[in-house]
Ligand binder design. Structure first.
Ligand SMILES: Nc1ncnc2c1ncn2[C@@H]1O[C@H](COP(=O)(O)OP(=O)(O)OP(=O)(O)O)[C@@H](O)[C@H]1O
Length: 291
């Protein structure tokens, strides 16, 4: 297993220090403010769910923690130490593993090869130790309760849920302390989502700090300890499980007050349509018709 430099400070940091802490982080792309004043604490042994609609800033947040983009305001700390990642490698070396929904694995490569991608075991003259890698991959997947009978088959032949699980098992094996999951259940059916959620809980129980990005409050509430809702780049809600019900979280995500305002507007439109005289719908003139 690899050791991770960013977590050498772990012992020095107190038990309540978040492993990853964003304080008033902002990110602008030119004059677009994708994130503004976002604070987020990720703790080990906890699943932090980050929820938000399209354009809320979830991807931007992941990219900052994963070392793909630099924040333009605020601070990012790992184990109490301020960091500014210049590359995804730096984030990974700090113990942060990011699993993207679509790019998690190489589809044409075998399961064992994917498991060791970038960390291959060799046995002299640069030759791959296939037997050893297959054995370890099999052991680790079995430990997680993931059953894949043939590790020589290409990953592309597996289900989306199985692929996510392999990526999670790989991150744990290679010593990740923080696991960021980018909408891991978005493209999955109910049953497969359930399987992935089970492995998210296993990662948490293995002591990792998990950041679970999702649109789906039901999935979040099944596993989450802590919920952060982003809206238009700002934190609209930051709360612990004990302080919120599924109904409240769903309402927050659906934009409860916005929906209520919309329903009033729709009722008004309905009422004015009923009040309109019955001479048929107004006809829109085609621009090709002569007047
Ligand atoms: N590279 C970029 N250049 C300019 N604007 C960007 C860039 N990336 C994101 N944005 C803008 O920043 C805002 C937040 O986008 P982001 O992709 O982070 O949201 P998201 O919550 O991940 O949305 P989705 O669920 O649709 O992926 C949006 O207004 C988006 O248009």
């Amino acid at each position: 297993m690899t050791t991770t430099s960013g977590f050498d400070a772990e012992a020095a940091a107190g038990p309540t220090t978040p492993v990853v802490h964003l304080d008033q982080v902002g990110k602008s792309y030119g004059n677009v403010n994708a994130l503004r004043g976002v604070s987020l604490a990720v703790r080990q042994g906890e699943i932090t769910c980050v929820l938000g609609d399209n354009g809320a800033g979830k991807s931007t947040l992941i990219k900052i923690i994963a070392g793909l983009h630099e924040h333009t305001d605020g601070t990012l700390s790992v184990n109490g130490e301020q960091r500014r990642f210049k590359s995804p490698r730096e984030s990974l070396d700090s113990g942060i593993a990011t699993v993207y929904q679509d790019l998690a694995l190489a589809p044409l490569m075998s399961v064992w090869r994917n498991f060791f991608l970038g960390n291959e075991i060799t046995k002299g003259f640069g030759r791959l130790d296939i037997r050893q890698m297959t054995r370890i991959a099999q052991e680790e997947l079995t430990k997680m309760g993931i059953s894949i009978p043939n590790l020589d088959q290409p990953v592309g032949m597996l289900s989306g849920g199985q692929r996510q699980c392999i990526a999670i098992a790989r991150a744990i094996y290679f010593g990740a302390k923080v696991l960021i999951l980018d909408e891991p259940t978005a493209a999955l059916g109910v049953k497969q989502s359930g399987v992935v959620l089970k492995y998210i809980v296993k990662a948490r129980d293995a002591g990792l700090g998990v950041v679970f990005i999702t649109h789906n409050p039901h999935h979040a509430y099944l596993v989450g300890n802590h919920f952060v809702v982003l809206k238009l780049g700002r934190v609209a809600l930051d709360t612990h499980r004990a302080d919120i019900t599924l109904e409240q979280l769903t309402n927050e995500m659906a934009g409860g007050s916005e929906l209520e305002a919309l329903s009033h507007e729709l009722r008004d439109i309905d009422a004015s349509a009923v009040a309109r005289p019955v001479d048929g719908p107004a006809r829109i003139q085609s621009p090709l018709e002569s007047t």
